[in-house]
Design a protein around this ligand. Structure first.
Ligand code: 5GP
Length: 338
């Protein structure tokens, strides 16, 4: 009656003929249609995660930070400007984020576009929406060439809808986030591995194969990143893995942007009738984001070596690399034991 849908822990990839060395694989990838990054890792546009410091580290390490937007437009512009000025040599110093549907967000978008950066992200819980189209059109009316990343979606039809409206990258993930309660609150969502695969396949089938997919949320390890890339993503977004890092915007806590805590602190409360779809947690010191990224990249390279792939583009939707669904016992065996 229903199709099966899987998430990262449900599957394992089948080892292929190995590469000569685990150091061989190259991690460069596409963030969006016209923008390349050196590693397939981006940091989430959450107020406890990506501010100036983490954006700087992400850029230095070859990935990119998606800057949160829970601040005055003036402050937002200041940070984006600083990013663009300080790392001129980098392709993509930062991805600023805007919301939809309000004059304030249009003003934010316009002020950011004027700074001349290469890319902007429109972020909304369910991007399968005419309000997103209005924002896409508004941004395009101000700058025909800027790359527009839009999220989040979890189905092929939503992705094709956005592709038809000219987006340059699609962020996938409805409910997989570690501090997210959307699935419990609303009953909606798609297990993340299947969501990524359905979106990428939907884009390919509709001749939009040049639009990269960003797998957002639910990443616990480098193994999950390798699975996401195999399933169809060109890069991943994580908040959780940077929570508690010294470069995080708040190294002591991590909270869902739709949690009551975020609404109280950030004064983004839109009324009692809006469901809470996230939680807030305290976090322990997680060291430096640089070390986290280095470790993740080592794991991804090793995974690509098992896949026999020199490039991420070879791994994405690879026909050479198969997968199996794990049983509960398999999942236990995959963990470590005494
Ligand atoms: P994580 O790395 O914690 O697994 O996932 C991070 C992602 O969770 C973010 O990039 C964003 O897409 C999503 N997210 C952040 N805050 C919330 C929230 O309050 N509710 C929901 N549903 N998702 C959230």
């Amino acid at each position: 009656m229903f199709m099966h849908a899987y998430t990262y822990d449900d599957i394992l990839l089948l080892p292929n003929k190995s590469l000569h060395s685990r150091k061989d694989p190259k991690l460069e990838t596409k963030l969006s249609r016209n923008i390349h990054i050196d590693i397939p890792i981006t940091s989430a546009n959450m107020d406890t995660i990506t501010g100036f410091e983490l954006a700087k580290t992400m850029s230095k390490m070859g990935g990119v930070g998606f800057l949160h937007r829970n601040m005055e437009i003036g402050e937002n512009v200041k940070i984006v400007k600083r990013c663009l000025n300080e790392w001129e040599s980098y392709w993509c110093p930062v991805v600023p984020t805007v919301g939809v549907s309000s004059l304030q967000e249009m003003e934010r978008a316009e002020s950011i576009i004027q700074l001349g950066g290469p890319v902007i992200c429109i972020d909304i819980a369910n991007a399968y929406s005419d309000r997103v189209v209005n924002m896409i059109n508004f941004i395009r009316s101000k700058n025909a060439y800027i790359d527009i990343v839009v999220g989040n979606v979890a189905t092929a039809s939503a992705a094709v809808f956005l592709a038809k409206h000219g987006v340059d990258a699609i962020k996938v993930g409805i409910g997989p986030g570690s501090v997210c309660t959307t699935r419990r609150m609303t009953g909606f969502g798609v297990p993340q591995l299947t969501a990524v695969r359905m979106v990428k396949m939907g884009l390919m089938d509709s001749k939009y194969s040049s639009i990269p997919v960003i797998a957002d949320g639910g990443i616990k390890s480098s193994g999950d990143i390798v699975k996401a890339l195999w399933a169809g993503a060109s890069s991943i977004m994580t908040g959780k893995l940077f929570a508690g890092c010294k470069e995080a915007n708040d190294p002591t806590s991590y909270r869902g942007m739709a949690s009551s805590n975020a609404r109280e602190v950030l004064k983004t409360d839109s009324g009692d009738s809006v469901a809470e779809e996230g939680i807030a947690i305290e976090v322990e010191d997680a060291g430096s984001a640089e070390d986290v990224i280095t470790e993740l990249c080592n794991g991804i390279r090793s995974g690509m070596s098992y896949a026999g792939c020199n490039f991420i583009s070879e791994l994405t939707l690879s026909k050479e690399v198969g997968a199996v669904v794990q049983t509960q016992n398999g999942i236990i065996e995959s963990g470590t034991r005494k």
